[in-house]
Write a protein that binds this ligand. Structure first.
Ligand code: SF4
Length: 473
């Protein structure tokens, strides 16, 4: 298994807020007088990329020009539904040509607007269909505008692109049901500062349910200035207000919001962000240590089967770090509430490292230490390990996942086969005996009886935690 390629791992992690404004109209005349200053203020506020979204054929040209002028600006090409009447064959041909420019990252904004309905519904529908096909032909994501046209927008996407669509529903202000249907189609959801408005309680309720890996931030500047700046022209620098609101809504730090949404934007629009892998990374006020990607299980639901990213951190390491690498990477650990040996792999495969690193932290009087484990450490190390962890590790989070050995075997496919489940139970008992706090995690998998799981945790004198599939970090 030790076949890792020697390749430098990024040891440092940074706490800078680097936000991406995925939708603004810098090309509008509202910015003619001070565009350079606006871009400069955005950079100073921690905005690393701006996607300038076109609304017309002239806007598409301006968008490409702005992307040429400013390093941090990327362009889209497309025609807003208000201008749908202008979408002719020659406009589509021009847009196709413009899309070949190096920094064009999407087609948009396009869609349906029945609120102002400046063009007939039929004309808007025809233009929208053409842009869906164009985005697919160009292999670019689509930026969708839907105002008072949710049902028709979804129906057209389903008809024209039955296998889903790469894109984003921009300036989301719809219902939970609409959000769910958008997510089912594979779309990202982008919110503006409308969630900061005083009277936006119902939108904030909807927003709280978004899976963070589908969330994008946008200003839609010059429109929709955040609550604190209501009445003024909006600009990309104000996206920090939006990040602050999301930090409150999702109980994440502003850095978490920035990193997660920037990663999402980069994965949709390919904005050339540096997302090197990390061995030490923070989520909320905890520091996580990524010491191995190996595991004794092959759980069918493992996050590693789908992505290298957890909460915006790239955890796919090319080589396993040494103890010194880890200690060097966490020399400011005192600021964290907890140090966590994480679960993007099974940490007890490197038991000696856990002991050495946790021992070093304890000597320095550093934070509490937790190990996230599949509980198979005794089998992995061919001896009971809880006594070795006692005094070094304060808490363990054990993924028992199911209420029966049979279901565990079915879903988790341990290399130890049927021996795994009883060994995990025995490890939990040993930890409790050795005064290590234990939390057992169960999953809402088909056939798993969560009530029985709760009883198992209670009998083992451990904390019970249930988790939905797909909920990570
Ligand atoms: S135990 Fe955790 S890391 Fe290992 S395969 Fe299962 S989900 Fe993945």
């Amino acid at each position: 298994m030790e076949n890792f390629i020697a390749f430098p791992v990024k040891l440092a992690y940074n706490y800078l807020i680097m936000l991406i404004d995925t939708h603004c109209h810098l090309d509008f005349k509202d910015f003619d007088a001070d565009r350079d200053e606006v871009v400069d203020r955005a950079l100073k506020a921690g905005v690393s990329r701006i996607v300038n979204v076109a609304s017309s054929i002239e806007g598409s040209r301006r968008s490409v020009d702005l992307a040429d002028k400013y390093d941090m600006v990327y362009a889209t090409v497309g025609v807003h539904p208000h201008e749908a009447g202008s979408v002719t064959d020659s406009v589509i041909a021009d847009i196709k040509l413009l899309a070949k420019s190096a920094k064009v990252v999407a087609v948009g904004e396009v869609g349906l607007d029945y609120y102002r309905c400046l063009t007939s519904k039929e004309v808007q529908t025809a233009a929208f269909k053409r842009f869906i096909h164009l985005a697919r032909d160009l292999d670019l994501p689509l930026i969708i505008h839907a105002r008072e046209a949710d049902r028709d927008t979804l129906d057209i996407i389903k008809r024209e692109s039955p296998r889903g669509l790469r894109g984003v529903m921009h300036c989301f202000s719809g219902s939970s049901d609409f959000m769910k249907e958008c997510l089912d189609l594979g779309l990202f959801i982008s919110f503006t500062a409308n969630i900061t408005f005083k009277k936006a309680d119902s939108l904030r309720m909807v927003a709280r349910d978004i899976p963070t890996e589908r969330l994008l931030l946008e200003t839609d500047a010059p429109f929709l200035a955040p609550q604190a700046m209501r009445g003024s022209r909006n600009e990309p620098a104000y996206i920090t207000h939006l990040a602050g609101e999301w930090s409150r809504l999702l109980d994440l730090s502003k850095e978490d919001v920035a990193r997660i949404t920037s990663h999402n934007a980069n994965s949709l629009f390919k904005l050339k962000l540096d997302e090197s892998s990390k061995i030490a990374y923070e989520i909320r006020d905890s520091l996580y240590l990524n010491i191995t990607n190996r595991c004794s299980n092959s759980c069918y639901f493992c996050v590693r089967n789908q992505t290298s990213f957890v909460k915006g951190h790239n955890l796919k390491i090319d080589r396993e770090p040494s103890t010194q690498d880890i200690i060097k990477a966490v020399d400011s650990a005192k600021k964290f509430k907890e140090i966590v040996f994480c679960g993007y792999g099974e940490p007890t495969l490197r038991l000696d490292m856990i002991k050495e690193v946790a021992g070093a932290f304890k000597k320095e009087g550093m934070a509490k230490v937790r190990v996230v484990t599949n509980g198979q450490g005794d089998l992995i190390n061919s001896r009971p390990i809880a006594t070795e962890l006692a005094g070094l590790v304060d808490r363990v989070s054990v993924s028992l996942n199911t209420d029966t050995p049979e279901l565990y075997d079915k879903y988790c496919k341990s290399e130890f086969g049927r021996a795994a489940y009883p060994a995990i139970i025995s490890f939990i008992k040993d930890c409790v005996r050795n005064k290590i706090e234990v939390e057992i995690t169960f999953l809402d998998l088909p056939g798993v009886d969560l009530k029985k799981c709760e009883n198992i945790a209670e009998e083992l004198k451990a904390k019970f935690r249930s988790r939905s599939l797909g909920e990570v970090g």
